[in-house]
Design a protein around this ligand. Structure first.
Ligand code: SF4
Ligand code: SF4
Length: 474
């Protein structure tokens, strides 16, 4: 332990690796890494960036693939349209995402953070790449940090931040397209910013936040601010798979072991620390700061290959697996519980989506006397029933909806009476009106009979509603 403390690369035990002794930010420049997981992460994360950039420009079922139109409180997701007041849909979407993340965390730890979180994806693939391209590798960047403000440093830093700004603007404009729609985004870009002050201010504010966060704040967000990072430890158990160091194999590490023969496989090269973007030493065990980026796995595997030892001293494994107590169990009460609830929520969501009508027509008997008796000019007794119709339009276009009696009902002498038998329903709104059904008393069988009303939304399939009409028993 004494020799460990003397090593200048050893991290302090009383503070974050990204802070100095006075509590100031100590900027982390992780070393460049190559390896099995790195290659897969690069491909996967560029795939995610491509989806993020392209999705607002794709249409599905006549709507933007993903649209989050918050000002107008309407949303589209793979052809399914819903509104903010469409509570079951919103709740189910949020529940699906939340339970999915809970299940993923219980099974594979913080895999979301390392592979798919936008923070990691954009920092690693875009901002760190720009930094490396302009300023060089981690050693060159560290030297530049410590150098005086010469012309070269000003030029390098200036170039880097101009490129950061350009990247941030591209990201925020793509981001804005999710909220205002890609068609409207093009229209906005082609006009002066003063023509659309609110979106313009949104883009400027988002650009500033992205510049600050992806350009400078970086791992500090994951370490001290991310709410998911805070509660993810509550979702883990001893069978959750994490990026883990195997102390049983690695310890006592070189420099700590009393003799060479007693040394474990860890040669204490600190390569795993050098590549870590949050500045931690995974050999100290699972830590809140670890975003499971797998960089230390690739780094250590490379070291193991060079010293002719098996890979996997740092690997994806659970606490149980690492301690060799038992094999990692993926199916355990916690994960089975999440799976069951998740499947139920997805099933319910699927049911709601497939059984949901964009135009909903609901007809109920009005709350007054059940019927009235009138006579026509010929002296025939006619019965009148009073109904109320509620029309909801969950689509994104205004709809005209008319109500008519079925042909069979007309043939039996039924008539619709009232000032209104049709209505125009604005997208996302409801309409309500009353109507009356008049019919010969002879149509009744023991005081009751049924009649079909056909609702015809413009350009959509008609809906037939069977109503019970009542009248005198004899
Ligand atoms: S990279 Fe591997 S061998 Fe080197 S210090 Fe880390 S765990 Fe030990
Ligand atoms: S400890 Fe390893 S997996 Fe965790 S953040 Fe650091 S390099 Fe990534």
């Amino acid at each position: 332990v004494t020799s460990q403390k003397k090593d200048r690369r050893e991290l302090p035990g009383d503070r974050l690796g990204s802070l100095d002794a006075d509590g100031w930010r100590s900027y982390i420049h992780p070393a460049r890494i190559k390896g099995y997981f790195h290659t897969r992460r690069v491909w996967f994360q560029w795939f995610l960036i491509a989806i993020f950039m392209v999705a607002p420009w794709l249409k599905f079922g006549g709507h933007q693939l993903i649209l989050l139109d918050i000002p107008n409180r309407r949303f589209a997701f793979f052809g399914v349209t819903f509104w903010a007041h469409d509570a079951p849909m919103l709740v189910l979407v949020l529940l699906t995402a939340t339970i999915g993340i809970m299940l993923l965390t219980a099974l594979f730890g913080r895999v979301w953070c390392g592979w798919a979180c936008p923070q990691t994806v954009f920092i690693e693939r875009v901002f760190r790449a720009i930094e490396e391209w302009v300023e060089g590798d981690h050693l060159a960047r560290r030297r530049l940090d410590q150098a005086d403000w010469t012309g070269v440093k000003i030029q390098k830093r200036g170039t880097k931040w101009v490129l950061y700004l350009a990247a941030s603007l591209v990201i925020t404009h793509s981001f804005l397209a999710y909220f205002v729609g890609s068609d409207r985004l093009i229209e906005m870009i082609s006009h002066s910013p003063f023509a659309n002050p609110t979106p313009f201010l949104f883009v400027m504010a988002a650009t500033a936040v992205i510049l600050f966060d992806f350009g400078w704040f970086r791992e500090q967000f994951c370490v001290i601010m991310c709410p998911y990072g805070r509660f993810q430890s509550a979702l883990l158990d001893d069978h959750s798979v994490n990026v883990s160091y195997d102390p049983g194999r690695g310890e006592p590490r070189r420099g700590v072991a009393p003799s060479k023969e007693e040394e474990g496989d860890c040669i204490n090269c600190y390569r795993c620390v050098q590549v870590c973007p949050t500045g931690i030493d995974i050999r100290r065990g699972t830590q809140l700061e670890c975003i499971a980026c797998t960089a230390c796995i690739d780094a250590c595997d490379d070291v193991m290959t060079r010293i002719d030892k098996p890979k996997g001293l740092i690997r994806y494994d659970s606490l149980k697996g690492i301690s060799r107590e038992e094999k990692t169990r993926y199916f355990r009460p916690r994960t089975i519980g999440y799976m069951v609830v998740w499947a139920a929520v997805i099933g319910l969501f699927g049911y709601v989506v497939t059984h949901r009508k964009l135009i909903d027509v609901s007809i109920l008997r009005a709350k007054d006397t059940p019927y009235q008796i009138v006579s026509n000019e010929a002296g025939d007794r006619l019965v009148i029933n009073h109904f109320r119709v509620d029309l909801s339009n969950m689509g994104f276009a205004d709809e005209s909806i008319s109500l008519e009696l079925s042909d069979a009902a007309v043939a039996r002498g039924f008539e619709m009476v009232g000032q209104k038998t049709a209505a125009r329903v604005v997208a996302g709104k409801h309409e309500r009106f009353d109507f009356f059904v008049r019919f010969p008393v002879k149509e009744l069988r023991e005081g009751v009979t049924e009649v079909d009303i056909v609702a015809r939304p413009s350009g959509r399939p008609e809906q037939t509603h069977r109503l019970k009409v009542v009248g005198p028993f004899k």
